[in-house]
Design a binder for this molecule. Structure first.
Ligand code: SF4
Length: 488
């Protein structure tokens, strides 16, 4: 089995999936090298800031409505809690829920703690989290500091179990361990799998839908109900009780291959819940693939085909109109690997030429042992797209944008979209994971892109008034000069 649920921690992506953060080439070379095991990471001798797996784990786990997160770290490691709270507010609004702050506290480790340890502080923080939030589970996320000093978090939680009657889960997600921040998702899922999920008592018609905020939940509920299935949206906005039962589901689907692979494959390997391993449900080809995968996993092939036929007939004329209007525009994409390679396909479906695709890492294979489906699909298509892999290194991206001067920059992270806008390039930040979801979604996304390319005044005005920190000299350089040469 690829995933060991008997180990206290998840193996990082570099070791488990051959994940890399440094690459420049084409999509075909990337897929070919990954498939034969010849792909090597190209290290950088210079990097700018990036994100970390601890922040990623905190973000995901703090979305569980009745759990608490204790971050055993200096307080700065919890700085993203501000964003997490905002994202939480957004999801609450979608559901019409009253706002509450996320349940997250930091142990606020100090310099002294790095010498003498902070086990007592951690013990007090877990007690305080239980007193303050009355959670149904407590997750203790690690950090570089607690990891480097070798704090024995597991023993602290083992001792507290007699006193605190809810699952206490260590989440080993130290930022220094992995350059791939998505390793934090795996660490979060590993903690859920090993401390919250119960072996199945029965098989239900529920489908685990792994996602972030779930803005398309009404659409998905109605779609799955047509198939006599019931989605359970996990992990954010779910409860500990719901999570404890996910091994009873009849299938697992995900909005993102990077996000869902660990939990989906672990549930399949451990409890026989089929994980739908297809393209992401963005755009037409993605939705076709995702629905057919779900139909095959649950024995609903005929109903799925009927739905696909009806929906595609409905959207065809409008999609053709949008394609005609977007034809000839050029775009650069900068996103996580699964979203990036899926949105590159969606842009092509909309008639846009993708002139570069940058992804924040690349998994050479998923936990089910194959090259990511979206990467392979792009590599097998007629156009060979130049691609790069960087953990959101803006100094590389800005040179790509400066050189290619695309009409559009499509990203999923504000930390890069803002720079393209400041360069005068119309940018769309796909913050909602259900943007371009399925058949209606691609039409809506098409109109959004049309708005972006036909009204560029924001980008133009910003560019004319701002001075970039990157000089003209730098922008004329080869932005990949800090990547190590490829080694055989
Ligand atoms: S865990 Fe490490 S990398 Fe992450 S914020 Fe803290 S110090 Fe930085």
């Amino acid at each position: 089995m690829a995933i060991n649920v008997h180990s206290p921690e998840a193996v990082i992506r570099e070791s488990r999936l051959g994940a890399i953060t440094g690459y420049k080439g084409t999509i075909r070379e990337l897929a070919a090298q990954a498939s034969c095991g010849a792909l090597k990471n190209r290290e950088r001798c210079f990097t700018q800031t990036s994100a970390c797996s601890s922040g990623c784990a905190q973000f995901y786990l703090s979305g569980i409505v009745d759990a608490a997160v204790v971050n055993h770290a200096p307080v700065g490691c919890a700085a993203d809690a501000v964003y997490n709270n905002t994202a939480n507010k957004w999801g609450e609004k979608i559901r019409g829920w009253k706002h509450r702050n996320i349940n997250l506290i930091s142990t606020n480790m100090t310099e002294e703690d790095t010498v003498f340890g902070a086990a007592d502080k951690l013990r007090d923080a877990v007690r305080e989290a239980y007193r303050r939030f009355a959670p149904k589970a407590i997750f203790v996320t690690t950090s570089c500091v607690s990891g480097i000093i070798g704090e024995d978090i597991k023993s602290v939680l083992d001792d507290l179990r007699a006193e605190i009657p809810v699952p206490l889960a260590p989440v080993f997600c130290e930022g220094f361990k992995s350059k791939v921040w998505a390793s934090g998702f795996d660490a979060a899922f590993h903690a859920i799998l090993t401390t919250v999920v119960k072996p199945p008592a029965k098989r239900t018609n529920k489908v685990n839908m792994i996602n972030f905020r779930g803005s398309a939940r009404e659409t998905i509920i109605s779609l799955l109900n047509r198939l006599d299935l019931e989605p359970v949206f996990i992990v954010p906005f779910s409860t500990v009780a719901e999570l404890s039962k996910i091994a009873e589901a009849c299938a697992t689907i995900s909005i993102c291959g990077t996000l869902g692979g660990y939990l989906g494959n672990a549930l399949e390997e451990q409890y026989g819940v089929p994980y739908v391993k297809t393209l992401q449900p963005h755009g037409v080809a993605g939705m076709d693939s995702w629905l057919r995968g779900l139909g095959a996993a649950t024995g609903r092939e005929a109903a799925v085909e009927e739905y696909i036929k009806t929906e595609k007939a409905r959207l065809a004329p409008e999609l053709a109109e949008i394609r005609a209007k977007l034809k000839g525009y050029k775009a650069v994409v900068g996103m996580g690997p699964s979203f990036g390679h899926n949105y590159m396909r969606v842009l092509q479906e909309l008639g846009i030429e993708v002139v570069w695709g940058a992804t924040w890492h690349f998994d050479q294979h998923y936990d089910h042992g194959v090259c990511p489906e979206s990467t392979q699909q792009l590599a097998d298509s007629t156009v060979n797209i130049p691609v790069s892999v960087c953990d959101q290194q803006n100094f590389e991206l800005l040179n790509v944008l400066h050189g290619l001067k695309p009409d559009l920059y499509i990203s999923r992270h504000g930390g890069t979209a803002v720079w393209a806008t400041k360069m005068g390039i119309a940018s769309v930040m796909v913050a909602d994971e259900f943007t371009a979801f399925g058949y209606q979604g691609i039409l809506d996304f098409g109109y959004l892109l049309l708005d972006a390319v036909t009204n560029r005044s924001l980008a133009k005005n910003l560019a004319s008034r701002l001075k970039l920190p990157y000089t003209g000299w730098w922008l004329r350089q080869n932005g990949f000069r800090f990547l190590a040469e490829e080694v055989e």
